[in-house]
Design a protein. Structure first.
Length: 148
């Protein structure tokens, strides 16, 4: 069974699965044209819900690493397989940028949540000590004064 780190705040489980499958494809475990294991099999392998694997497959499809065939499953895309009107180099670069943007968005979201949590803790500590929160908002009133 492959391990997914549920505490990794930078990469959600579906991203971890997509990264693992990407490395398995690039490492030759799955050859071009080869069918990937079923969603159910992969869900069991990673010990996650099928929807999580579906999300990982969507990422791999967006990155043009796999194709899907309705009622048949997912296959590793062959290098000569048509991708649309853009050339494969452009699509590969686009896929890499999209992947980096997804990672950055996850990191920013995590940092913003951490900042909000810390701010709430600090405000709570000020409140418990009977002191007003010293940082002012753009309107001039402190947060403590605005909230009561």
């Amino acid at each position: 069974m492959k391990k997914i780190d549920p505490t990794d705040r930078r990469r959600r489980p579906f991203q971890q699965i997509a990264d693992d499958l990407r490395s398995r494809i690039s490492g030759g475990e799955f050859a071009p044209g080869q069918a990937l294991p079923s969603i159910k099999t992969l869900a069991g392998e990673y010990d996650v819900a099928g929807q999580t694997v579906q999300s990982a497959m969507r990422v791999l499809k967006e990155d043009n690493l796999v194709i899907s065939e309705p009622a048949r499953g997912f296959y590793v895309r062959e290098p000569g397989q048509p991708e649309g009107t853009a050339d494969s180099v452009g699509l590969a670069e686009l896929a890499a940028v999209k992947s980096q943007l997804r990672d950055l968005l996850e990191r920013v979201t995590t940092i913003e949540q951490d900042n909000a949590d810390l701010r709430a803790l600090i405000m709570d500590l000020y409140g418990r000590t009977g002191h007003s929160y010293p940082h002012t908002t753009s309107k001039g009133a402190t947060r403590r004064e605005r909230t009561g």
